[in-house]
Structure formats: C-alpha cells, structure tokens
Write a protein that binds this ligand. Structure first.
Ligand code: AMP
Length: 362
C-alpha cells in the first residue's frame, strides 16, 4: 500500500484549492502558504500558513514537514525557491520554469532558440527604443510589460507611432511583438514527471472576453494534424528546456502555422475541463508528476466546453440548472467582484456546437 504523503503548496488560490482536492482523493495531506487568510485554498488544504511567501519560519516548517513542494503561481520570488532548497526542501520543479515564465523576453527567446516559432519581437525600454522597434517590426504590434502582466493587463495595441506616445513609460522592460493575425488561440497542458514520463492533455480552443479567458472548447476545432503538432511542440518545450511538472502553453494558429505565445509552470485555467472530461485531471497528474509516479495515458472521455464564472455572474449562478452533463465548480472566494474568476462550469456532451450554445446562454 502507498504511504500517505504531505504536499507543500506555495500560493493558496483556486489552483491550490483544486490541487488539494486531488491530493485528498489520493489520501495525501497538504499545507498551503498564502498571506491572504481568505484565500480559497483554505477550504481544501489540511493546513494553511497565513504568512508572506518569504517568511522563513513558514518555509522551514514546509521543508521539514512535507515530502514534496510545488507552486500554484509563477510569480514566486526565486530567492524563496533557493531558500527551500538550502533548507532541505524537495522542490523538483525548481527555479528554472519560474525564471523563464516570469519574463516574456526570456521566455520567447528560450523557445525560439529551440526552434519553436513565436511572433517577431524586440526588447523595448522607452519611447525611443519603441519607435525603432516599431520601424523594424512594422505595425500592427502589441506592447507588453515583460513581467507582472496577466489577463491582458499591461498591454497596449500599437497601430502607429502616436500609440507609443500615449504609453506612460515606466522604468521597466517591455516587449514589442508583431501582431499575429491568428484564426484561433489554443492551449496545451503538458506535464513532465520527475521519472521522465511526459503526457499532454487534449488541445483546448480558447475564447477570451476583455483579455480574460471566457471559454475553452475541447477538442479544439482544428485538424488532427495541428492538434498533434501542438502536442509535439509542447513535449519538445518541456524536454529541451528541461522543465518538470505541469506547463500550460498558449499558442496562436494561423494558416497551419503554430506560434508559441506564453507558458505558465502550473495548472492552467484552460485545462480545468480535465476535471470532468478526462480520465485524470490536470491536478491529479501534477501531483503524480512531482511525486515521481508513472504518468498514465490521458484520455478525453467526452467533448466539453469549459466556461469561466466571473464575479459579475453572481445573479446568473443562482439560477443555473445543473444536470448530469453540467458540472459546476465554485472556488469559495469571499467577494464576487467584476473580472474576478469565481468558478467554472464544464458542459459535457457529444455535440460541441450544442455545448457552445449552452455555454453562451448561461
Ligand atoms: P498574453 O498576455 O500574452 O496571453 O496576451 C493576451 C491576449 O492578447 C492573447 O490571448 C491574445 O488574444 C492577444 N495577443 C497577445 N499577443 C499577441 C500577438 N503577438 N498577436 C496577436 N494577439 C496577441
């Protein structure tokens, strides 16, 4: 019989909550570290340390008491990972995926170096360098802060020089990217176990609203060839960049070409569909991967449309009609605020177009 294990998780948001739920099913206990006493991970973790991520007492306790440590968000300071390692913590994903994904230029340079296509890009630090970069790339472009942006924040569409002049430049690094006139955005959750096993989940087709993921449709409505290519590229990225654990990768599809957009070394919102539509969820596989277990083949059991439930949906959610094909997951956040992810619904069934209609009429 397998011995019970204790998992330490840096961050206590919804991803930590769902990871703790999976751990519970496997008979494992969890401790989360998150300074917010109301963070939703508290509902499912065995223990919640309400302290800053750099709190040494908490970090030492996690090192001492857990079998393995992981993270649920990518902005963990690298000194925290180093401190955990120095104190005997077992953190198999390490710093590398954080180091890459915390900076858009580092990330895009690393993947293009291994032969994965990205949008053309230039590093920019102020109006002058931005003007030169725009000349090289040609409009339209998109300007992004290199670090700290999420859900479309810290981004500006650049159609002409005037748009650059409207940016309130700060003393930070930016990336100017050529706009890809894509037909579809897709994502792939790939997981590499510490034993070397690699699995990919089915490709999701993503639709955003106001820069925030609204729905994921699975299988993505692209050819099988494209789906296979996306899976191959994702495997190549984790293997060549030597990344372990889960990695959510977003791509643009244009004329059969696949452009890498960004990656996150954690469970991914666009793979929440796996909770009801696959034989194993992304959270189950994340745990197996960091524990060095062999990774099972992933199967899609049913087509699915995942819809994010946002703070502004509080009235709608009261009226939702659930049935055996409509699975609701609510994260337990204390305040329903606009643009805040509060939960998601997985609409499962055979007819994708029907599922999309149901999601649209939520
Ligand atoms: P990101 O934060 O990089 O995921 O960007 C947020 C959204 O902006 C993406 O989901 C795309 O819809 C859009 N976007 C980002 N980069 C580009 C690009 N190079 N070309 C076209 N659209 C983009």
């Amino acid at each position: 019989m397998k011995k019970s294990k204790k998992i330490g998780i840096l961050g206590g948001g919804q991803l930590a909550k769902m990871l703790c739920d999976s751990a519970k099913h496997m008979g494992y206990t969890t401790v989360i570290l998150d300074p917010n006493p109301d963070s939703c991970g508290r509902l499912s973790s065995t223990e919640h340390l309400v302290q800053k991520y750099v709190d040494k007492v908490s970090l030492k306790k996690i090192c001492k008491e857990t079998d393995v440590i992981t993270y649920e968000f990518e902005n963990i300071p690298s000194e925290v990972i180093r401190y955990l390692k120095e104190n005997g913590g077992n953190i198999p994903q390490g710093e590398k995926p954080l180091f890459l994904s915390q900076h858009r230029i580092r990330e895009k340079s690393a993947v293009s170096k291994i032969g994965v296509r990205t949008a053309d890009f230039e590093k920019v630090v102020n109006l002058e360098t931005a003007k030169s970069a725009l000349k090289i790339l040609g409009a339209p472009c998109i300007l992004k802060t290199c670090s700290g942006g999420y859900d479309g924040k810290g981004q500006w569409k650049i159609l002409e020089i005037k748009d650059l002049e409207c940016v309130r430049w700060r003393n930070i690094e930016y990336i100017l990217e050529k706009m890809v006139d894509f037909e579809m955005e897709v994502s792939c959750l790939v997981v590499r176990g510490t034993n070397g096993d690699v699995v990919t989940f089915p490709i999701g087709e993503n639709e955003h609203k106001n820069g925030i993921l609204n729905k994921t449709i699975v299988p993505a409505r692209v050819s099988e060839e494209i789906q296979n290519k996306v899976r191959e590229l994702s495997e190549k990225i984790v293997k060549k960049l030597d990344i372990y654990g889960p990695l959510g990768i977003e791509y643009f599809i244009k004329n059969e070409n696949i452009y890498f957009n960004e990656m996150a070394p954690r469970p991914h919102n666009s793979a929440h569909y796996t909770m009801d539509a696959c034989n194993y969820s992304q959270f189950d596989i994340h745990l197996l991967a960091i524990l060095g277990e062999s990774l099972p083949e992933i199967k899609l059991i049913t087509p699915v449309v995942m819809l994010n439930v946002m703070g502004e949906d509080s009235k709608k959610i009261e009226k939702i009609k659930l049935d055996e094909e409509t699975k609701l997951h609510i994260y337990g956040k204390t305040e329903w605020k606009k643009d805040r992810k509060m939960g998601h619904i997985n609409y499962c069934g055979q007819n994708i177009e029907g599922l999309i209609k149901r999601a649209n009429s939520f």
